[in-house]
Design a protein around this ligand. Sequence first.
Ligand SMILES: Nc1ncnc2c1ncn2[C@@H]1O[C@H](COP(=O)(O)OP(=O)(O)OP(=O)(O)O)[C@@H](O)[C@H]1O
Length: 300
Amino acid sequence: MLKINGLQKSYGSRSVLQGLSLQIPPGEIYGLLGPNGAGKTTTINILCNLLKADGGTIEINGWPVSEATKRWIGVAPQENLIYRSLTCAENLDFFARIYGLSKIDRQERVQRCLSDVGLSDRAHSPAETLSGGMQRRLSMAIALIHQPKLVVLDEPTTGLDIEARYEIWDLIRQLQHQGMTVLLTTHLLDEAERLCKRIGILKQGQIAAEGTLADLRQQIAAAEILTMQTPAPQQAIDRARSLGLPHRYYGSDLAFWLPEVLEFKDIIAYFDGIPLDSIARQPVRLEHIYVEVTQGDRFR
Ligand SMILES: Nc1ncnc2c1ncn2[C@@H]1O[C@H](COP(=O)(O)OP(=O)(O)OP(=O)(O)O)[C@@H](O)[C@H]1O
C-alpha cells in the first residue's frame, strides 16, 4: 500500500530525513516512532504532497505521490483541523465539499462518519462544545470523509485521558477491520505495542530498527529486565558487572538485563549482601528497545 524509499529532506543546512525507507502492506497498522524532531511530521507532510522531498520516492497503491494520490490518504494531524464554531456535521460537510462529493453522497458520508466515530448524537453541536476526546474523534471522522485507503494518524491520543484513549484505540482497530491501512505516530509506547503490527523507530533520519515487537525483542540481548531500587546502586552495578549483567537507567530507574529467565531466588542470590528497597522482573517492553535504539550507539 505504501512504499517509501530513500526519502531525504533538509531544512536549510539541517538534514532531517537521510534515506528513510519503509513499506506498509494493505490493512496493516504501522507505528512510526522517534524522538521529538526526528522527522515524523515531515514524512507525513511529504506523503500528503504538502512538502517536497529532496530525494527518494514514495508510492501509494503503486502510484508516485501527486495531487491525485491525496485522495487515497486521510490525515488526522497533531493539531485537530476543525472549525470550532461549526457543528460536527457542518465540519464534515465542509471537508466533503472540498473532496467534491455530491450532495447525496455528502449526506450519506457525514451520517456514516459521525456514526463510525460515535458522534451521531452530537451532529448539531458546535465543535467547540465537544470534549478533547470528542474533538479528536471528529478530526478522525474528517480524515475518513472521502473513504481513504491509507489513514495517517499523527499522535492521535496525545493529551487525552485514558477513557478517551480507549475510544480512539477502538476506532483505530475498527479502521483496520474495515480494510484500511494505518500509519500511526506516537510517543506512547504502550499505544504502539497495543495497536501496531509492525513498528519502525526513526533515528538520524532513517529507520534504525523495524519489525513486530517479537522481532524487535530479538535485537536486544535481554530475556527479562530486572528493575531495582537500592540505596547502594553502585554496589549493585559492580556486582551485576562481575556477573556479566549489563545495567541501564530508564529515567532514574536502575535496571539490569537478564540474558535468560531465571528463578527469582537465584536473582536474589546474585545481589546477596546489597541493601534492596525493591526488586522486580518484567518482560522486555518496547520502552527498553526504544531507549536502546534511540540512545545507544549500536543502532545507526
Ligand atoms: N518548516 C520548517 N523549517 C525549518 N525546520 C523545520 C520545519 N519543519 C520542521 N523543522 C525541523 O525539522 C525537524 C523535524 O521536525 P518534525 O516536525 O518532522 O519532527 P517530529 O518527529 O514530527 O517531531 P515531534 O515528535 O516533536 O512532532 C525538527 O528539528 C524541526 O524543528
